[in-house]
Design a protein. Structure first.
Length: 312
């Protein structure tokens, strides 16, 4: 079997992240092992089950924000941060089903795009959630062609729109870099150390701990809604499985913030294994409403077109 093409991997990243999001959403804040308890045999037709306010196959704010980033990149041919922020604001004002508390606070503050997150962080001192990491699949594909330094810098700048804590920037930057390596048909697990070398020194030790080969999510000292255990859990799921499907199942079975951990895992695993490895029984039901942007509901064909254009 030939290795997936770059386009195949790009589609795997964007669609794979959205599929993980939609699969994990009904199990959010549930116990460990809930997905496998309900669907013990891979291949069960009802895994896109919906629940918890979500329709079967409906992706959450994770994917909605990723689409907004991707479409801004396509419209402007690159990173136009004020436009990304305006799209986020328009979306947030339309009262989406789910939105992170901190993200909502920043986007509704009325402060300018380039200071809103920093001002919020000055007051709250809490901004290390996974809300920037969760939306990074589209930007990771777009910036992968520009090399390590550029893709990590872009990740930080997009993350900083809503998250004032540099920890959130660095986790998103590592995700960008691991996807870049995978799109080049190399093993992202072999690139973890190089990515860590490019992490800001103040945050390198914490990320090195959760990305170590012997780290297990049970060792996390924070809930996986925080950025570093979320990224660490996704890398663990990729490292300890051998397929897209098994990686996403493992991620959801961790419990907690299942939609985002599975979205990040799905993006990484999709970049490694390609869209061909993402089960059609999962992609068939996938749909993403975009509050604030008319009655738009994206299906897998539209995701594929976005991913193709982003990958160049």
């Amino acid at each position: 079997m030939s290795a997936p093409s770059r386009t195949n991997r790009a589609l795997g990243t964007v669609i794979g992240s959205a599929v993980g999001d939609a699969l994990g959403a009904p199990f959010e804040f549930g116990p460990e092992g809930a997905f496998s308890a309900r669907f013990p045999k891979p291949g069960h037709g009802g895994e896109m089950c919906g629940g918890g306010g979500w329709e079967p196959g409906e992706a959450t704010d994770d994917t909605q924000m990723a689409v907004l980033v991707g479409e801004s990149l396509l419209e402007y041919g690159g990173l136009e941060l004020p436009d990304v922020f305006r799209r986020f604001q328009r979306w947030a004002a339309a009262e989406p089903k789910d939105i992170g508390l901190q993200t909502e606070a920043v986007l509704s503050s009325g402060d300018p795009w380039d200071t809103a997150a920093a001002l919020h962080f000055q007051v709250s001192q809490r901004a290390a959630g996974n809300g920037a990491l969760m939306r990074a699949a589209t930007s990771a594909v777009h910036f992968a062609r520009h090399g390590r330094e550029a893709t990590m810098d872009a990740a930080r700048r997009i993350a900083a729109l809503t998250h004032g804590d540099r920890a959130a920037w660095e986790g998103t930057a590592v995700f960008h870099e691991l996807v870049r390596v995978a799109l080049d048909s190399d093993d992202p697990l072999d690139a973890v150390q190089d990515a860590l070398d490019s992490v800001h020194p103040d945050h390198r030790e914490r990320y090195a701990a959760v990305l170590a080969p012997d780290w297990h999510p049970d060792q996390a000292t924070e809930f996986n809604g925080a950025v570093w255990p979320c990224l660490g859990s996704a890398v663990w799921a990729l490292r300890t499985t051998s397929s897209y499907e098994d990686a996403v199942r493992a991620a959801i079975d961790l419990g907690g913030d299942t939609d985002t951990v599975a979205a990040v895992t799905g993006g990484l695993a999709g970049a490694v294994y390609g869209i061909s490895a993402v089960p059609e029984r999962w992609t068939a039901a996938l749909h993403v409403p975009l509050p604030g942007f008319g009655e738009r509901v994206l299906r897998v064909e539209e995701f594929a077109e976005i991913a193709r254009r982003l990958s160049g």
